[in-house]
Ligand binder design. Structure first.
Ligand SMILES: NC(=O)c1ccc[n+]([C@@H]2O[C@H](COP(=O)([O-])OP(=O)(O)OC[C@H]3O[C@@H](n4cnc5c(N)ncnc54)[C@H](OP(=O)(O)O)[C@@H]3O)[C@@H](O)[C@H]2O)c1
Length: 323
């Protein structure tokens, strides 16, 4: 198995995680993972959740948006490393990979298929449609049924699958009734092209509307220790047993650095000897049993650090201190 060079900081972060008493779950394979150290802790240490009643995934996934070029446009700066990140994610037990046709555009989906297809049993590739990229700076919404059908069929071809396990409507399009967009996904599902339907970037009303039309198995909204604006949507997910997939889970945006909770998280990370991204992920996992974080990275060292966070447990007092 490939063992990448880790920076001193990564090693310190991971060793620190072990020393500060991370708890390993008793899932199969963890004994050997523990022997290899936290750098190789499998994603199963985060526990599992059931998507749509039939697909069980480890609660630490991978967001494949960052394996594209700068501005999520074109090929990655280091294609060899990007491919290695995908392979390493699967080696570490990640079995939920999130992508979208808009990433690149098409670059992320193409790389995933090139590196991982035919997919190992149990690996779920979730993709999205409903955004288009006419130029690097633009992420235009297109929720027209005809576009969604074309986008879904193109993703099926790029990903080299006959059915997409989880197809997410990337964002509601204000120019198109949401019911029309979701209705088209229902048709694609009936035709066998989609197994499960997810929504993304929705408020409570949009979420409720989608749920009145189809079985929604996941919501993907921006959420992290410093941005909890989707708490009401998360509450509905918890009640209904729907997966909540927080994007921007690491709270890396400098605008969030002033948040009190983010500062408390940084202090706790320092105290526990773990990295701030690891603390951000451990907080999310403890925040709700329906949480399925998908941290994104273009680097194996960051991937390993992030996956190791699946084994970190915060105590109730530590969670209260973060607020
Ligand atoms: N539904 C939506 O509208 C939507 C929007 C945005 C994202 N997403 C999804 O959510 C996923 C995650 O979102 P995101 O990528 O915006 O946010 P994120 O995972 O919170 O942060 C990713 C950023 O953090 C860096 N990073 C990752 N791990 C790190 C570590 N251990 N130490 C230091 N830096 C680290 C990455 O750079 P390096 O490459 O240098 O590691 C990257 O710049 C995406 O991949 C995508 O699948 C969905």
């Amino acid at each position: 198995m490939h063992r990448p060079e880790l920076s001193r900081r990564d090693l310190l972060a991971q060793t620190g995680a072990v020393l500060s008493g991370i708890a390993f779950a008793s899932a199969a394979g963890l004994a050997s993972a523990s022997a290899r150290g936290a750098a190789n802790a499998p994603a199963s240490a985060a526990g599992t959740l059931r998507l749509g009643g039939d697909l069980v995934v480890n609660r630490l996934g991978f967001g494949a948006m960052r394996i594209c070029g700068d501005g999520i446009w074109g090929d990655p700066a280091d294609p060899v490393e990007a491919r290695a990140v995908l392979r390493r994610a699967v080696e570490l037990g990640v079995n939920f990979i999130d992508t979208a046709d808009a990433y690149g555009p098409y670059v992320s989906e193409n790389l995933i298929a090139e590196v991982l297809a035919p997919y190992p049993k149990g690996l779920l590739i979730a993709t999205k449609g409903g955004l288009v990229r006419p130029v690097r700076e633009k992420w235009d919404r297109d929720g027209r049924p005809a576009h969604l059908r074309e986008a879904c069929e193109a993703s099926l071809r790029r990903l080299k699958v006959e059915r997409i396990d989880l197809y997410q409507m990337h964002a509601p399009d204000p120019k198109v009734p949401y019911a029309d967009s979701i209705g088209e996904l229902a048709k694609l599902q009936k035709e066998g092209k989609i197994r499960h339907i997810g929504v993304s970037n929705v408020d409570e009303a949009q979420f409720a509307e989608a749920r009145s039309l189809v079985q929604v198995v996941s919501v993907q909204n921006r959420y992290n220790v410093a941005d909890r604006s989707s708490d009401p949507v998360l509450a509905v997910c918890e009640q209904a047993g729907i997966a909540f997939i927080p994007w921007s889970p690491l709270s890396q945006n400098p605008r969030e650095s002033g948040s009190g909770s983010r500062q408390a998280l940084e202090a706790l990370a320092a105290k526990r000897g773990i990295s701030v991204p690891q603390a951000a992920l451990a907080w999310l996992l403890a925040r709700s049993p329906v949480m399925l974080p998908i941290p994104g990275t273009s680097k194996r060292a960051h991937l390993e650090e992030n996956v190791a966070a699946g084994a970190i447990r915060f105590t109730p007092e530590e969670m209260r201190a973060i607020g």
